[in-house]
Design a protein around this ligand. Structure first.
Ligand SMILES: *Cc1c(COP(=O)(O)O)cnc(C)c1O
Length: 402
């Protein structure tokens, strides 16, 4: 490929997202998961603006919600300003109160529990399984039995479909059903991921959350969704998302809400993206397979597993780096990639290790800690070219050989 190495300053100024520009400029910095246009976005935006719809009302958000329902199979959906907003609404409709416990895997992004903590709930972090990197249903069942004995069951259990890989939701729901605890599934990164029998990620939970942030597999430029097979829960969330206005001509409120409804402009972008979801999953899976084929033989490298029960969307390819066998640790590899103009990121730092949650109760956590210690996410954007991926692969191989 004969590419030049960008200076740190040039790399910082390089355009986003990464494509190799013509001429003798250094290659653009390759981003982890930049937005990838489907093609119909500008036309969809033009039509929405021409129709005069800008606010979080009108036909476009409704059409986006219907399309999310079609893509996921949920009976009821609410499109929101972000996945985090959808999580917040989920916690509200499930009645989380100050002092309530909310159980989540430690191995996740901070947004999974942030709204609950802001509501005064106490997070409790459960470990994940090495086989799937998601919430351990056996540990959950044991901890629920202990909590029942203490007389302090969690208000809600929040499993996560990590990096677009489905958690073992049927086992988690079965454990929670035993004690009547609802399940809010954080499927933010899992649009297009499937569980056993081809059920979409999140189905079977009381509520599920999706994100359409710019870095996710399909995007609305920013946005999210709350979904359920119980339309009453979504109706309640919709009420709260629109400032909890009661049905009066004047402004009447029995409680307080939020401005969490998605705007028509963002919904138009999301609506243009959903038709290519399956193609995006296929592309990300091919990128993952290519990484495994090109790097899988290197000593000391492992990859995020795919349990037999589902089909991950491979939102991000995540490596495990064994420093003794690979010859560099994950931070050295990250720096080598950065020097080659390639963005990579350590896997989520578990929440039980975050200063923000110091002192929060936990059950296990060693598996999650080890995944963080050795985990590195590689560029996985569906818009990435074959040359882009060769650049990443070359840089990893050079790092292993030095
Ligand atoms: C992206 C993400 C979120 C948050 O979604 P936003 O739309 O960015 O608010 C929450 N949880 C997980 C696991 C995510 O990956």
């Amino acid at each position: 490929m004969g590419h030049l190495r960008p200076t740190p300053v040039a790399a910082a100024l390089l355009p986003f997202p990464g494509r190799q520009p013509p001429g003798c400029q250094p290659p653009a910095r390759l981003a982890l998961s930049p937005p990838h246009l489907a093609g119909g976005e500008i036309e969809a935006l033009r039509a929405t603006l021409h129709a005069g719809w800008l606010a979080p009302a009108g036909p476009t958000p409704a059409a986006f919600e219907a399309a999310i329902g079609t893509a996921t199979g949920f009976a009821a959906t609410l499109a929101t300003t972000s996945g985090t907003a959808a999580l917040h609404l989920g916690y509200r409709v499930l009645g989380v109160q100050p002092g309530d416990e909310v159980w989540a895997p430690g191995m996740t992004f901070v947004a999974t529990v942030a709204p609950a903590v802001q509501m005064g709930a106490v997070p409790r972090f459960l470990d994940v399984t090495p086989a799937g990197w998601t919430m351990d249903p056996g540990l959950l069942a044991e901890e629920l039995a202990l909590a029942a004995r203490r007389g302090r069951l969690p208000r809600v259990v929040v499993p996560v479909d990590l990096y677009g890989q489905c958690c073992d939701l049927p086992a988690i729901v079965a454990a929670c059903d035993r004690w009547g605890v609802p399940v809010l599934c954080d499927s933010a990164a899992a649009m297009g991921a499937l569980q056993r029998g081809g059920r979409h990620a999140g189905r079977g939970a009381t509520l599920a959350v999706f994100s359409f942030n710019g870095n996710k597999i399909v995007t609305a430029a920013g946005g999210g969704a709350l979904a359920s097979d119980d339309p009453a829960l979504i109706a309640r969330a919709r009420h709260l998302a629109g400032q909890a206005k009661e049905a009066w001509p004047h402004y009447e409120h029995e409680t307080t809400g939020y401005t969490y409804g998605i705007s028509s402009v963002l919904a138009a972008v999301g609506l243009a993206q959903l038709p290519v979801l399956e193609a995006r999953v296929q592309r990300r899976r091919a990128i993952f397979a290519n990484y495994v084929e090109s790097l899988g033989e290197l000593p000391g490298l492992g990859f995020i597993p795919e349990p037999a029960w589902g089909r991950a969307n491979r939102w991000l390819t995540v490596l495990q780096v064994d420093p003794a066998r690979f010859g560099a640790d994950r931070e050295e590899l990250r720096r080598a990639l950065e020097a080659a103009g390639v963005e990579s990121r350590p896997a989520w730092k578990p929440l039980h290790l975050q200063p923000a949650f110091r002192g929060a109760p936990q059950a296990g956590g060693a598996v999650a800690a080890a995944l963080f210690e050795r985990g590195l996410c590689l560029p996985s954007g569906s818009g990435m070219s074959e040359d882009d991926q060769v650049r990443v692969i070359d840089a990893v191989i050079r790092c292993a050989q030095r």
